[in-house]
Design a protein around this ligand. Structure first.
Ligand code: CP
Length: 313
């Protein structure tokens, strides 16, 4: 087992190629704990490896998948779990985020999982507290655990990822998922193409070593994976395209368009989905979609991350 160099997980950029593979390999074993294909192999979908450890879940932004999967991951490792309801917390009385986190740490937390709408909050906290900080998504900046579960899902279907082509489509500008995927996929030797209207896929992204394409149909040629992204209205300050109908016509994934990619091209989406906007229902629910698998794998990957970070404490 490789020991992670940092006690925090803040970005994919800070993980080495080998650390990424270590997390993905560890997640494979974790998945066996709760999603074994062999019937009755595990009546209790739980292991005692984090017994006596405390994991705090701190989400200042809405979430379904990430928050619940971290909570389940910690519970399946037998940790004590505290999930703070921000709206009912002393944050409402004016307490600063640092004081909130220090208060929780005074109750002997080991790992604090944080999501915040402002980029940089997890890093700020990592400099302030002695617990391990895990970034569960900060602003438009990073969502490393989403990227790791995406790699895990790709590997389950495609095996070795080196040389594969992944097309990421949509609101790249506001997407922390896209940023973390770009950095991580490049470490794994994957060719990344970004697609969307110029207002949401600025040319400057090519500095990251990716291809930029404004014609979705052309980009799909030879694609092994097409990753659709939601339009993040909550992060937009103005109008980035004329209408939803217009966006769907040029950048929505439908069956005809998907047929332009490789026949077994995987359809991915981090969720939540806006059906009929970036993806049609028959594609989201179709045979090439692995969207629900991504959610299942999210629990396994987050178990692996909590386990590997706790091993450093
Ligand atoms: N993919 C993702 O981060 O989803 P949630 O916002 O539901 O956690």
């Amino acid at each position: 087992m490789i020991r992670l160099r940092s006690r925090h997980l803040l970005t994919i950029e800070e993980l080495t190629h080998d650390e990424i593979l270590e997390i993905l390999d560890t997640a494979r074993g974790m998945k066996e704990v709760f999603a074994s294909r062999e019937e009755n192999t595990r009546a209790v979908k739980k292991v005692p490896v984090l017994q006596g450890r405390t994991v705090v879940i701190l989400f200042f932004e809405p979430s379904t998948r990430t928050r619940q999967s971290f909570e389940l991951a910690a519970k399946r490792l037998s940790a004590d779990v505290v999930t703070l309801n921000i709206a009912a917390s002393s944050r409402e009385k004016g307490e600063t985020i640092i004081d909130t986190v220090r208060t929780l740490e005074a109750m002997a937390s080991d790992i604090i999982v944080v999501r915040h709408r402002s980029s940089g909050v997890p890093r700020l906290l990592s400099k302030t507290v002695r617990s391990s900080i895990v970034n569960a998504g900060d602003g438009c900046h990073a969502h490393p655990t989403q990227a790791l579960l995406d790699f895990f899902t790709m590997r389950e279907h495609l095996g070795e990822l080196k040389g594969r082509k992944v097309v990421i489509v949509g609101d790249i500008l506001h997407s922390r998922v896209a940023r973390s995927n770009i950095h991580g996929l490049q470490k794994l030797g994957v060719k990344v193409t970004l697609v969307g209207p110029p207002s949401l896929v600025p040319r400057e992204f090519s500095r990251l070593g990716v291809e930029i394409e404004y014609d979705f149909d052309r980009a799909l040629a030879g694609a092994d994976v097409v990753m659709m992204l939601r339009i993040q209205k909550e992060r937009m300050m103005g109008a980035f395209f004329p209408s939803i109908g217009e966006y769907h016509r040029f950048y929505g994934l439908n069956r005809q368009r998907l047929a332009l990619a490789k026949p077994d091209c995987l359809v991915m989406h981090p969720g939540p989905i806006n059906r009929g906007v970036e993806i049609d229902s028959d594609v989201a629910d179709g045979p090439q979609s692995v969207i629900c698998e991504q959610v299942t794998n999210g629990v396994a990957v987050r178990m692996a991350i909590l386990y590997l970070l706790a091993s450093r404490l």
